[in-house]
Design a protein around this ligand. Structure first.
Ligand SMILES: Nc1ncnc2c1ncn2[C@@H]1O[C@H](COP(=O)(O)OP(=O)(O)OP(=O)(O)O)[C@@H](O)[C@H]1O
Ligand SMILES: [Mg+2]
Length: 261
């Protein structure tokens, strides 16, 4: 990770509070993400990690607070607007089209980038076909990058879980995001699959310069690949800093040992 230079703040989360009826999923959360960094969000089950990502990508509207992305501040934005601004995500529970093959799933991530709609396609058939070809080439490049050439035409539902997660990463990469939000990309994987996924996440970060926001339960992975870590517990931020700082933070230690509850 030595050659990578961490840049300015690209994503600034300020005083976010999110409630579901009486449940306080997030309380007054602030943290920032710098360009090109790997920023992890950790915390016990139900801590609010996925809710935080859902606020960032416009799935949930927090009752309080704001999110600034590349200098633009918003409190309510829909998922499409966020995606158009260059934020992509993968999901804790896979959101792939299981009956569709790998190529088509990746092409679905390309939709936002397609300029021509079906009416324009009918009129400007040649232009649409050239555009389609360019998108397919881009998708093939991702397929090579993720080393899934052998499964290009395989329906995603037939692939082993670890490979489905990799296709989900590919779908997000097809959007050419500046910021990639990953919700437990290694959950349920065996050691070898985890190592592969870890390497792909780092390669994306280093080769494409993509900023990564990562939710992960495997502390070995988190400590290994993160530049900075935010720790949530019961919807509150209890730690924020380098992996070393977070690891030695007494509040974090007690949350993980279960002493604080
Ligand atoms: N759509 C929702 N409706 C009601 N409550 C919700 C909703 N989404 C999340 N919550 C609640 O908000 C709290 C935080 O949940 P969240 O899924 O963000 O936690 P998490 O840290 O991602 O947990 P895990 O590690 O298990 O994935 C939980 O109490 C959860 O039940
Ligand atoms: Mg979650």
């Amino acid at each position: 990770m030595a050659e990578r230079t961490i840049g300015e703040v690209i994503l600034d989360v300020k005083n976010i509070s999110l409630r579901f009826g009486g449940v306080k999923a997030l309380t007054d959360i602030s943290f920032n993400v710098r360009e090109h960094e790997v920023r992890s969000i950790i915390g016990p089950n139900g801590a609010g990690k996925s809710s935080m990502l859902n606020c960032i990508n416009g799935v949930y509207s927090p009752q309080e607070g704001s999110i600034t992305f590349r200098g633009k501040t918003f409190s309510h934005m829909n998922s499409r607007q966020v995606a158009e601004m260059g934020v992509a995500r993968t999901f804790q529970n896979l959101a792939l089209f299981k009956g569709m093959n790998v190529i088509d799933n990746l092409m679905s991530g390309r939709n936002l980038k397609m300029k021509t709609n079906i009416f324009q396609q009918a009129i400007h058939f040649g232009a649409a076909r050239r555009e389609e070809t360019a998108h397919r080439e881009f998708v093939e490049h991702i397929i090579e990058f993720l080393e899934i050439q052998a499964y290009r035409k395989t329906p995603v539902g037939r692939l082993p879980y670890g490979l489905q997660k990799r296709v989900d990463l590919g779908r997000a990469l097809a959007m050419e995001p500046q910021v990639l939000l990953l919700d437990e990309p290694m959950a349920g994987m065996n050691v070898e699959e985890k190592q592969d996924m870890c390497r792909f996440v780092l390669d994306v970060n280093e080769e494409f310069g993509t900023t990564i926001v990562l939710i992960e339960h495997d502390m070995g992975v988190v400590m290994d690949i993160s530049d900075r870590v935010v720790v949530l517990d019961y919807g509150k931020k209890i730690g924020d800093g380098s992996p070393e700082e977070v690891r030695s933070n007494p509040d974090v230690i007690s949350a993980y040992l279960g002493n604080s509850h």
